[in-house]
Design a protein around this ligand. Structure first.
Ligand code: SF4
Length: 494
């Protein structure tokens, strides 16, 4: 009997064709492109055996490990197959990134394109599947956690529909919570969790999506708009990282994806955030012994500018530019305004000063360009008290970066419950000024300039010709649509 079922919305239960960056596409609202296209190209169903997922989101794997460690029998399943497992279920744990489409990427996409983000559609679909089991006599309890759990605090209907919302790092509290739910005891409507010591976070037992392995948790730079601010920064011991990397590779992932808010700060004890070259290179050397497909999720521009030699060193270890054509990474570009930098994200620019941000960012882009690192960089627009001058500085910055291979994606600021600016007003499409539209157009022009080059490198060696062809059609359509849309935007807003 499996009393605890773990799952996530279908948008998260996908390897995104082994290309983590394509996961952004799950925020696309169907309509502009058909729903089947978004599903097939951005979140095809993860490999599974009778619904039991072969790979699952890393956060869900941590919860699964915490429960297994305490002797619970757990099944982690794809949401489309969940009914098969509901017979004996008493508790359903759902991990969410963007359940109601209130995350910055979804809000930005749906503000610009209209419609409901796929992330929300899939969460609602999952809840509707669970509805009948909430009403029968052995009523199940639904517990929702994960990085996007705060969104339920903004929606009374769905908050009341589920039994418990867990906000923060839940590994320590989840076994006891499930125990209570299994016994049919009352559980709290909302739980805020403290950051556990790293030793108390269990090692995953089954493979994660795209071989993701956490190397550090929390950030420490303290940007006021970011949820990471509330977590303490902790590094995972190297031996545990390698244990998880090996488990993933044995379990069939194509490689490993080292994850942290800034992988280049692994092992860093410096209060000015200058990377510890020795610790970072050791991390990459050890990971490379496990698999020759090692990627990273995020790094900061300041870390690159403060230690350019580190990028070369990593390239040397991983053979980027030789065996591997490119190295994709997500990073925060945020703004060109030193005023906003000083006010909301002073720590992001360390060891430099906010006044130097434009130069720091450009230097990092130049280093990455020369070393075949491809940043997918996000900007943050509509921060509280943003002025036209701030937006113009950001437009200048994007123009300065034009000759560096990259994607630049503007995101609308969302005052998430879990960040220091949580009580500020949220912007909507109606609040976008003429200067914002000009910035959006500048970013789009930048991305269109690089898209063919990026696609060629991103899909180099990719075997599925049909998927490749689909993306080629998609980018061709985007380029064409942008030509027409740009004229419209120019005449309406600029
Ligand atoms: S540097 Fe990035 S992860 Fe760290 S607090 Fe700032 S926005 Fe968040």
């Amino acid at each position: 009997m499996t009393g605890i079922i773990l799952t996530a919305p279908a948008t998260e239960m996908s390897t995104h064709h082994g290309k983590e960056f394509l996961g952004f596409g799950t925020c696309t609202p169907p309509g502009v492109v058909p729903g089947w296209f978004v599903r097939y190209f951005f979140y095809p169903k993860v490999k599974n055996k009778k619904g039991v997922a072969k790979f699952a989101p890393y956060g869900l794997r941590k919860i699964e490990a915490a429960l297994i460690e305490r002797g619970f029998d757990v099944a982690t399943v794809h949401p489309y197959d969940i009914e098969r497992y509901m017979g004996d279920a008493r508790v359903v744990g759902v991990s969410v990134m963007d359940p109601l489409g209130f995350g910055p990427v979804s809000v930005t996409f749906s503000s610009l394109l209209g419609g409901t983000p796929s992330t929300r559609l899939e969460f609602v679909k999952l809840m509707e599947k669970l509805r009948p089991y909430k009403n029968n006599k052995n009523k199940i309890k639904i517990i929702v956690g994960g990085a996007g759990a705060w969104q339920l605090e903004w929606d009374k209907y769905w908050k009341n529909f589920v039994d418990c919302v867990v906000i923060g790092e839940s590994e320590e509290i989840i076994p006891e919570l499930c125990q209570k739910a299994l016994k049919g005891e009352e559980i709290p409507e909302t739980i805020y969790c403290k950051s556990p010591e790293i030793e108390r976070i269990p090692v995953i037992r089954r493979p994660s999506i795209n071989g993701l392995v956490e190397v550090s948790r929390g950030c420490g730079r303290g940007c006021r708009f970011c949820s990471e601010t509330l977590k303490r920064r902790r590094d995972v011991p190297l031996q545990r990282i390698i244990e998880e990397a090996k488990l993933n590779v044995r379990g069939g992932t194509k490689g490993v994806l080292l994850h942290a808010e800034d992988v280049l700060l692994y092992g860093c004890r410096d209060s000015r955030f200058v990377p510890n070259e020795e610790k970072v290179t050791r991390l990459f050397k050890e990971a490379k012994k496990v698999t020759d497909q090692v990627g990273i999720s995020h790094c900061s521009l300041a870390a690159i500018s403060s230690k350019p030699s580190l990028v070369e060193e990593i390239n040397h270890i991983l053979e980027v530019g030789e065996r591997i054509p490119m190295f994709g990474v997500q990073t925060g570009l945020e703004t060109g305004s030193s005023r906003l930098m000083e006010r909301y994200m002073r720590g992001k620019v360390l060891p430099f000063h906010p006044n130097e941000w434009m130069d720091v960012a450009e230097q990092a882009f130049a280093i990455m360009h020369d070393n075949k690192w491809i940043p997918a960089a996000t900007l943050l627009i509509c921060l509280p008290d943003e002025t036209e001058g701030d937006i113009i500085r950001t437009i200048e910055l994007v123009r300065r970066l034009r000759s560096y291979r990259s994607l630049i994606v503007p995101l609308i600021f969302i005052p998430m419950e879990v960040c220091a600016l949580g009580r500020k007003r949220a912007f909507t499409r109606q609040n976008l000024s003429q200067a914002h539209w000009e910035l959006l157009a500048t970013c789009m022009d930048h991305d269109i300039r690089w898209i063919d080059d990026l696609m060629k490198n991103y899909f180099a060696g990719f075997k599925n010709a049909f998927v490749k062809f689909g993306y080629w059609i998609f980018t061709t359509w985007v380029k064409k649509a942008w030509k027409n849309r740009k004229k419209e935007i120019m005449s309406l807003h600029i």
